[in-house]
Write a protein that binds this ligand. Structure first.
Ligand SMILES: Nc1ncnc2c1ncn2[C@@H]1O[C@H](COP(=O)(O)OP(=O)(O)OP(=O)(O)O)[C@@H](O)[C@H]1O
Ligand SMILES: [Mg+2]
Length: 315
């Protein structure tokens, strides 16, 4: 990847979140199908429901799951007449220029343009593709918080580190962990605060299996070694797969499925998991809008009050 040079205008204006720029949450994992787009969509709606001004960027424009999820939401809102929260959305297409340096320059320009369009938002949530792409690496470099969903299996831990199968120990960090560490260093060198890296287990089974405990123990080991924080994670729920077509999230569903009916326990548990993720990243309160002054956004105030980010160590 080409290094930033003085000739390259920065992708974001100088200064931390709230100092003329939004707080940026990147959802990333270079492994496919781990729940990035589902998590991004739930975060967007959860934060919008807290009255934050939300922006969203889809860097996986080829697959465009997040963009289609949001388009379904807009259509459903129009058809049903329900007032649903919508973010200001941008989709960034990867450059198709053949020369790598030109393609990277174009990717940078496109990402800079998307962030500039969303400069007035409190938060921008960025969904990334499940592959190692230049645009995805650039996004990681600009993450105030990075959320990495992983499926609850040894196969998925592999994206974070190589594991000794017999001893169930961490042998070496993965290429992805090293990439995050490198992007973090770039960001710190440019005067930004370090990335607050949060790993969350997704599709957790509801049975208390030995496998599940072993993965929890390994992740705790890895969190200390690499410097990420662990979020409680999302359970395996059919409802996550069903809501895409309507563009809805668990947070849009009524407490109960009909008058006089008891609340659906799976939906209640799911909503609690989403609230727990917000709490982990320190963003679970409505912004004190009245206190917003001179370019310091409410989001920054809330985020700054949160638990300090873990320091990423050399993996
Ligand atoms: N907690 C969950 N319970 C049940 N199904 C889930 C859950 N999270 C995600 N899924 C389903 O898993 C599939 C993959 O999810 P998603 O598209 O969000 O992953 P992704 O990481 O964005 O994939 P890609 O790398 O291809 O972009 C989808 O069918 C989604 O509905
Ligand atoms: Mg996706």
């Amino acid at each position: 990847m080409s290094l930033d040079t003085d000739a390259d205008p920065p992708i974001l204006p100088e200064g931390g979140p709230g100092e003329g720029r939004p707080y940026i949450i990147v959802v990333g994992n270079e492994k496919g199908g781990t729940g990035k787009s589902t998590t991004a969509m739930h975060l967007i709606v959860a934060l919008a429901k807290l009255d934050f001004r939300l922006g969203s960027i889809d860097l996986d424009a080829r697959q465009s799951t997040l963009s289609r999820y949001l388009a379904n939401r807009r259509e459903y809102a129009e058809e049903s007449g329900e007032a649903l929260e919508m973010p200001e959305h941008r989709s960034v297409l990867r450059s198709e220029r053949e020369l790598r340096s030109e393609a990277e320059a174009e990717d940078r320009d496109r990402l800079r343009g998307a962030f500039a369009d969303l400069a007035n938002c409190d938060f921008v949530v960025v969904d990334t593709p499940g592959s190692d792409a230049y645009l995805a690496r650039l996004a990681h470099q600009h993450a105030d918080t990075l959320i990495t969903p992983i499926n609850d299996s040894f196969l998925d831990i592999d994206v974070l580190a190589q594991i000794d199968r017999r001893r169930r120990e961490v042998v070496a960090p993965s290429r992805y962990s090293q990439m995050v560490w490198e992007q973090n260093n770039r960001r710190v060198l440019s005067g930004q605060p370090p990335i607050d890296w949060v790993v969350m287990r997704n599709r957790l089974s509801h049975v208390e299996a030995r496998n599940k405990r072993e993965i929890a123990a390994l992740l705790t080991q890895l969190a200390k070694r690499i410097g990420f924080r662990l979020a409680p994670g999302f359970g395996e729920r059919v409802v996550y797969r069903e809501l895409f077509l309507k563009g809805l999230t668990l947070l849009d569903l009524p407490e109960a499925e009909g008058p006089g009916l008891a609340p659906n326990p799976s939906h209640m548990a799911g909503r609690a998991e989403i609230r727990a993720l917000l709490q982990t990243i320190g963003l679970s309160e409505k912004p004190p809008r009245a206190a917003t002054t001179g370019g310091t956004t409410a989001a920054a105030t809330t985020a700054a009050d949160a638990e300090p980010p873990a320091t990423l160590s050399n993996p």
